[in-house]
Design a binder for this molecule. Sequence first.
Ligand SMILES: Nc1ncnc2c1ncn2[C@@H]1O[C@H](COP(=O)(O)OP(=O)(O)OP(=O)(O)O)[C@@H](O)[C@H]1O
Ligand SMILES: CC(=O)C(=O)O
Ligand SMILES: [K+]
Ligand SMILES: [Mg+2]
Length: 492
Amino acid sequence: MQENEPKNVLEDVSCFKLPDHKTKIVCTLGPASSSENIIRKLIMKGMNISRLNFSHGNFQDHKDVIQKIRNISRELCIEIAIMADLPGPKIRTGKLETEPIHLSKGDEVILTTENVRGEGQIIPVNYKKLPESVSPGNFIYLNDGFIQLECLKILKNNVYCRVITEGPLSSNKGVNLPGIDIDLEPVTENDLKVIDFALDAGVDIFSISFVEKAEDIEKVRNFALKRGKSVFLIAKIEREKAVRDIDRIIEVSDGLMIARGDMGVELPIQNVPQVQKELIAKATMKGIPVITATHMLESMTENIRPTRAEVTDVANAILDGTDAVMLSGETAVGKYPVESVEMMSSIAKASEEWRDRTRWGIERIETRICGVEMNIDDVISHHVNEAVQRLSVDYVVTPTMSGQTARRISRFRPSTWILAFSRYPLTAQSLTLSYGVFPVYVKKLETDWENTVLGKMKEWGIYQSGDIVVLTQGQSPGRPGGTNLLKILTLV
Ligand SMILES: Nc1ncnc2c1ncn2[C@@H]1O[C@H](COP(=O)(O)OP(=O)(O)OP(=O)(O)O)[C@@H](O)[C@H]1O
Ligand SMILES: CC(=O)C(=O)O
Ligand SMILES: [K+]
Ligand SMILES: [Mg+2]
């Protein structure tokens, strides 16, 4: 395992603040959330991971935001991970002269691949092969599928369409051609440039858009390795191909994102909930974090209160077993970014309390994990979970190199916090994504790690005589995957 520079992680954490919920919250930062003031509030209200969508904004903007997040994270002493979301081969509309424009039912519009600004009925699109890819009768979707066009005819660089479903359109919105084979590699040249930039800025968590196969993930990992960096790679599942090849993709991914925005156009929209449930179950079994994304509190982009359906959607994703929930437009461009995170946190808290009480869905997870062949890590994590349920355990404490042990325990969604100590910055960073895990980066974690950890707990004032702590341990703390001991301590 490669050791990256600890640019992006709190060093020698001297404070300890457990949130009141264990579900992790990802916020997309954008124009509505790039000021220090808003970033500070988002962190205080529960953001764990900042997502920078490199489909928008420029490198300088992102660089400034990265610096601000780091400064404020240090000031508040709260670990925040930064995730760079790669643009991928997403086809988008170009720049419109005035925006938004309204496309009305029955209108005729022209999608052009020429390098022009959108005006009147002309809408530029950034995919040169559009005219040869579509045929009359095909449907083309704009803006996450909210606008539906039917292709009428193709003339040179122009695709003439009729508006079937109307709606507003702005610059740089997604164009989807479900069912049509598009000749674009999932990891583009532009993506590699973004990775280059992000690695230099100390970002090493990436979400890879429009993944189709395991090789897409490997391409990014190898690219980073050549630059001497370890990376944490989240496969964004938003294409039918990825859903079909999910088992191979999971094998090589460090995490999954259920990218429901594009998924809801690329797949029949009514299949999204089932895919969500299956992906969460698969990721949980594998012990990798899964993020449920897009439209979670969409109406809060404009309104201070969400709909009942949205609140229920967030709660249901948590009850399905998601590690993290994500906000997109709500925090990037919305009117109420801070209120949106606050709302997420309160839904998470209520859902988790109810689940801890009723054990809703938990037995299903346990049965699944214990129903197949178990390895040593599985057995240890299963017994940690047993201990948490039978004794009134105050903390689960685990030293971790790759993060595996902490993630395996987290799979059971225990009601106790898992304090995960690592001397690997990327491990500490990436554990911010896992349900119920509180990662701590420590510079030194040698054979006497138990004293280091208990010392930290004393320093934080959470060491109380009579507390029960479950510790896991490997015989050689330097080796990954070697956890083979479980210790139950009553602190004196
Ligand atoms: N850094 C940014 N600068 C400007 N606008 C942004 C930025 N990040 C997000 N947005 C805006 O917020 C909207 C929602 O964000 P989101 O991250 O879901 O992007 P998207 O373009 O819809 O799709 P995808 O996530 O598939 O790239 C975007 O459509 C865009 O208008
Ligand atoms: C997040 C994202 O890319 C989507 O939902 O499509
Ligand atoms: K993107
Ligand atoms: Mg997408």
